[in-house]
Ligand binder design. Sequence first.
Ligand code: ADP
Length: 447
Amino acid sequence: MGFWWRPLGVLASVMLVALFLWAGWGWVAALGFLAGIQAFVMVRRLWQEFRLARWLENPDEVEPPDANGTWGDIFYRLQKLQRRQKASRSELTNALEQFEHAAMAVPDGMIILNSNDQIEWCNPASRIYMGMDCDRDRGQFVRYLLRQAHFLEFLDAADYSRRLVCKSPVNREITLSMQLVPFGESKKLLVARDITDLERVDAMRRDFIANVSHELRTPLTVVGGFVETLADAPELPAAESRRYFDLMLDHTRRMQRLLDDLLTLSRLESAEHALKDETINVPELALALKAEAESLSRGRHRIRLDIDSDAWLKGNLQEIRSALGNLVSNAVRYTPEGGEITLAWRARNGEGVFSVTDTGEGIAAEHIPRLTERFYRVDRSRSRETGGTGLGLAIVKHVLTRHDARLDIQSIPGKGSTFSACFPTTRLQSAPEGATVIPFPERQAAG
Ligand code: ADP
């Protein structure tokens, strides 16, 4: 209502002046005055309309008109409207930009398809997984770019609950899981997720279960068979049943070793099982391992110790002992009678290296990178015969990784192998004051 007061006030004043003029100078003067006012109003109105039209045509570049009175009010309201519109437009643009940036950064490949399955938009990841180029392929039919039969069947089925697992058309090493998501008016989002790692883990899990079942089946079958035989023939001669019991004991121990190794691996892998550091007197440990090797070898090998470093280690004694013990036991098991096994502790390029060298059968180069895989064996029957579980080096690798160390394997078939656990400087520490540093002639590699 405020808008009307000013024009009504002006009109009333004009009429009042016209009446005075009429009363004083007659009707010609009053009419002349009114005609003058009318002409002024018309010219002013044309001028303001012109300014308004010019501004409306190009509101961002032309200065907004400024005036008093009714026109001022109109201009002010229009400007307010324009400002509000501008603000909401920039908010919308910001939101869209943010959305586009987020969609660009999504690690999954994403393609927006219209109702005819033509590409409207795609993100950079879709180039990596599906070879799309948004600038080049916008408007193209997706079926002409991704022509694999199973993809076309998936696209035509338009079953939004289904996922298609397939190899990437641009990189056969990548496995993708594709899904169609409907949105808007008959549009679709095609999402391609890289599941290569998941697939690999799944394959590893399947292999692992198959391997464990296979490892357990033989001893279980043997034990089961003997139990049945003993049950069916209680009158068996004592020597024969003794032999059966010994064999059953052998296989039971084999299962026990397998379960122990599996539990050790699972403990090492579990994130909750944090490493508890303590101080390890390596020369003393080496002595203990030498004694262990002698007991395993039962005089069949010459065992030597070569200690050339006084350094101690920071780590978990039980884990390190079990890892190095595995290397020592492998050397004994894979070295024929009369061979030589050397346990050494040396400083090399700032690292502490504990190595176990044997003059055994050695390993062909192609097997070396796979030795630390679970259940990987070069000679399956040799490993089993000597009581191996196929998990020893997997345990060694885990333990060393937890100690920031690495396993280095050098081998020449027919000549022998050296397995070295290399510990970084950060894991080394000098022997405490007053400790018996190296109290035996092994410093000179004595036997
Ligand atoms: P296993 O229980 O079979 O010994 P490991 O994981 O300890 O399992 O070792 C994996 C394989 O590596 C063994 O089966 C064997 O073929 C090979 N290997 C390990 N140590 C030696 C060695 N010192 N000399 C020759 N071959 C070895």
